[in-house]
Design a binder for this molecule. Structure first.
Ligand code: ADP
Ligand code: ZN
Length: 530
């Protein structure tokens, strides 16, 4: 981890003030800028809202030459360029949204050296003549925004990003800066390799968002839960993320009927309506946006006070990004995830429909990590940070449900024994392993086709768990996985099996404490300041 103290850099501060109106740097910004100005390649991993743009915008303004910013977010280029222009920074963009006639004056300006910043989409690099043009423009930095798009391991791979590697050959003397908010260790290595970064200075800012509180509630009457949460915060605005367009629409509509101003936002709406809804939200004219994941890339509304996940996100990375849109102004904000095992089944269904086995495998692992996050009984912040390879050194974060009110535990010895011996008996009888779901069915004495076909009604463990519901058995099974007594294979239909530790537990008649599953709190528990 880098030293993040603000050392103060007299030559940069006046420029920071003049163009951006800020009087100090955010963590790592100054270090990144100084290394860039020294001609080094830089890799910067800063969380959303960490202030990545400034890392290339400011160097562009303190010296002559042109900084080329490569970004996939065509829709945002105009806003960024407008903002820069308004503060007196000469900037322009070239992308497919421009009419043929609109590019000409821009190109002329670039030839004359009138601009300090040029935003381009990666496709542009492939257009004939463009690379030759670049050579004449005195480029002093290539900044590659959303650099994870170059990696197939990232969640947003864009083949066009491959073209960037050509730049390195053509401009061996120009430094590169790769910026991203989403990169695990593997993606990080991928980016550095794919962009041929040369001995890059690597900056990784903490992903911790101390002003966000994380909670997970069992989903039970999701709409009512959402409404009472919002009603308990009558002056605050937020985002409700939904899995489908249809849900986003219907939740928005119901909220309006219930007196909460809300608008939907998803890729199925006409562009005009989408921008209008976004605009209304940004201007605080509606309180709530009910959105699919299409909403958010680059949204910069500082006072989003809550983010509710109405449905289970596909992966932890997406969840982190989406919750990260809350509290950008640094004030306390809340993140609530409504979790139901039914959502896991639904998502597994979608995953099984995928045709690419590699993609399927990845999606399955990601979903498991998401479920793990939802069900974990320890600190959620620590769990999120752990996902990004960061250690959270504090025992109690004081801003997640599990830290604020530790989950009750109970003597789980008997249920653990029942579960493990059921896994054992099924394999003994059939000679093959089964999934966690099947075990819960045997335990609860379900009458399914498979149970009959495989003769599992004859097992001594058949129906020994009727006193507990199937969903609870599922949660117990997953907790036993987390505790290391069981493991799940990574196959298409994951099979559950006992580990050495699980066998030892059975044999030596150990004891174990399990956590009570998450619950749906009574209405008043939604009150702010719970
Ligand atoms: P990112 O691209 O990392 O998500 P942005 O570059 O959009 O973040 O910056 C997020 C917000 O932080 C913007 O509103 C930006 O103006 C603000 N910001 C950036 N640097 C600073 C700074 N040094 N001081 C105060 N605000 C800053
Ligand atoms: Zn915590």
């Amino acid at each position: 981890m880098m030293d993040t103290r603000d050392k103060g850099s007299p030559q940069l501060l006046p420029t920071l003030k003049q163009y951006f109106g800020f009087s100090s740097f955010r963590p790592l910004q100054e270090e990144i800028i100084l290394d860039t100005l020294a001609g080094k390649d830089v890799f910067a991993l800063l969380p959303t809202g960490g202030g990545k743009s400034l890392c290339f915008q400011l160097p562009a303004l303190v010296r002559p030459g042109l900084t080329v910013v490569i970004s996939p977010l065509i829709a945002l280029m105009k806003d960024q360029v407008d903002a820069l222009t308004a503060s007196g920074a000469p900037a322009t963009f070239l992308n497919s949204s421009l009419e043929a006639g609109e590019s000409t004056p821009r190109l002329r300006g670039l030839h004359k050296g009138e601009f300090r910043l040029l935003y381009v989409a990666p496709e542009r690099l492939m257009l004939s003549g463009f690379l030759e043009d670049l050579r004449r423009w005195n480029v002093n930095l290539f900044a590659i925004d959303e650099a994870h798009c170059v990696s197939e391991w990232g969640h947003d791979f864009r083949p066009e990003y491959r073209a960037i590697s050509k730049l390195r050959e053509l401009f061996p003397e120009v430094p590169f800066m790769a910026l991203t908010a989403t990169a695990t260790e593997r993606v990080r290595e991928d980016i550095i390799r794919a962009l041929s970064l040369r001995e890059p200075q690597i900056f990784v800012a903490s992903f911790n968002r101390p002003n966000l509180t994380y909670r997970v509630h069992a989903k039970s009457g999701a709409y009512e839960q959402t409404l009472s949460f919002i009603r308990a915060r009558p002056r605050e605005s937020g985002i409700v993320y939904c899995h489908s367009r249809k849900t986003a629409e219907s939740v928005a509509q119901k909220l309006n009927e219930d007196g909460v101003s809300a608008r939907p936002y998803h890729a199925g709406l006409p562009g005009e309506e989408r921008s209008r809804n976004q605009e209304l939200f940004l201007r605080d004219e509606v309180r709530v946006v009910c959105a699919t994941i299409a909403f958010g890339m680059g949204i910069n509304k500082p006072n989003v006070r809550f983010v509710i996940h109405y449905d289970l996100p596909k992966n932890v990375e997406g969840y982190y990004q989406e919750t990260g849109r809350a509290g950008r102004d640094g004030l306390p904000s809340e993140c609530l995830l409504l979790f139901s095992p039914g959502d896991v089944v639904k998502q597994t269904g979608f995953i099984n429909e995928k045709t690419d086995p590699h993609e399927q495998q990845l999606a399955r692992e990601q979903l498991q990590q998401m479920v793990h996050y939802a069900e974990i009984a320890s600190c959620r912040r620590a769990s999120l940070l752990d996902y990004f390879g960061e250690e959270f050194p504090v025992a109690n974060c004081e801003a997640c449900d599990n830290c604020l009110s530790p989950r009750d535990t109970f003597d789980g010895t008997l249920v653990a024994q029942k579960f493990l011996s059921c896994v054992f008996r099924v394999r003994e009888k059939s000679g093959f392993g089964v999934g966690l779901n099947h075990i819960t069915e045997v335990l609860t004495g379900a009458d399914t086709e498979k149970i009959r076909r495989w003769g599992h009604t004859q097992l001594s463990t058949y129906g020994i768990g009727r006193d507990v519901g199937r969903a609870e058995w599922g949660a117990i099974g997953r907790e036993l996985v987390r505790l290391g007594f069981l493991e799940q294979t990574k196959d298409k239909f994951p099979v559950i099996q006992i580990t050495a530790e699980g066998r030892k537990f059975l044999k030596q008649r150990g004891t174990v404490q399990l956590s009570r599953p998450i619950t749906a709190p009574a209405k008043q528990a939604h009150q702010a300041g719970e």
